[in-house]
Design a binder for this molecule. Structure first.
Ligand code: CA
Length: 245
């Protein structure tokens, strides 16, 4: 199979919030992509997400150069970012510490490795299918997976935005699950913060991807759709397009 051409669209909007705690990182040459959504008082959320966006790509790159398996490289990078964020927040009082989500994708030897911590999501759009590649680490999702809540109840639960796993967790026992896939011509990989996925559903993502083959046009449409739908949050989206030419 010939190499696929990779093009990227990206955008982060503050929306109605007083600051933007989201950030993204894209490196089309090394094929490394990330979205992070920070939390914490004052500017701590911004600090946490920008630490993730700085540390994770560097650590992935370093591990790959040391011939580590890509899945392990991603896990190690997330663990290093976790440690750095715990360390950076250590002088903050309990209840004011910083944290961030991170969803990351890296291509190596024609496989794309995807991992997420927190509730920023990765979706693979392939033809008519939209598949979420990450699991939300929210309390509501955990209650849904254990059968305590139905999917519908989980969607409206007050625990929907409460995370039990994120970067900046002092006690992160198990790391990130890495989901590899082999990209095919026409695939779109979407990384987004919950400011987008909380208000734009899979059906709308599928329809938008069909109408907007250009990755930047797709990103612009989805971010606008989230803001129009009344997202009260920062909205961040990266789309990686894999095409035959
Ligand atoms: Ca958010």
């Amino acid at each position: 199979m010939a190499d696929l051409v990779v093009r990227v669209g990206k955008r982060s909007e503050q929306g109605v919030r007083p600051n933007n705690e989201d950030c993204y990182f894209v490196d089309p040459e090394r094929q490394l992509f990330l979205v992070a959504d920070g939390m914490g008082g004052q500017d701590l959320g911004e600090q946490a997400s920008s630490l993730a966006a700085q540390i994770i790509p560097e650590a992935v790159q370093r591990c790959l150069e040391a011939q580590e398996q890509p899945g392990e490289a991603v896990q190690r990078a997330l663990a290093e970012a976790n440690q750095a964020i715990v360390h950076a927040g250590r002088h903050q009082p309990i209840g004011r510490r910083m944290g961030t989500t991170a969803v990351v994708a890296v291509q190596k030897d024609k496989q794309v490795y995807v991992a997420g911590i927190g509730d920023s999501r990765a979706y693979l759009i392939r033809g008519d299918r939209v598949e979420q590649l990450t699991v939300d680490h929210s309390v509501a999702k955990a209650l849904e997976l254990s059968g305590t809540l139905t999917a519908e109840e989980a969607r409206h639960s007050p625990w929907q935005h409460v995370l039990y796993k994120f970067l900046g967790c002092a006690e992160m026992t198990d790391g990130a699950e890495v989901r590899p896939f082999t990209p095919e011509a026409g695939d779109r990989l979407l990384l987004a913060s919950d400011g987008l996925t909380g208000v734009v559903g899979e059906e709308e993502i599928r329809e938008a991807a069909r109408r907007h083959p250009e990755p930047q046009a797709l990103v612009d449409y989805l971010v606008q759709a989230a803001l129009k739908a009344g997202s009260k949050d920062n909205v961040t989206c990266v789309v990686v397009a894999f095409d035959a030419e």
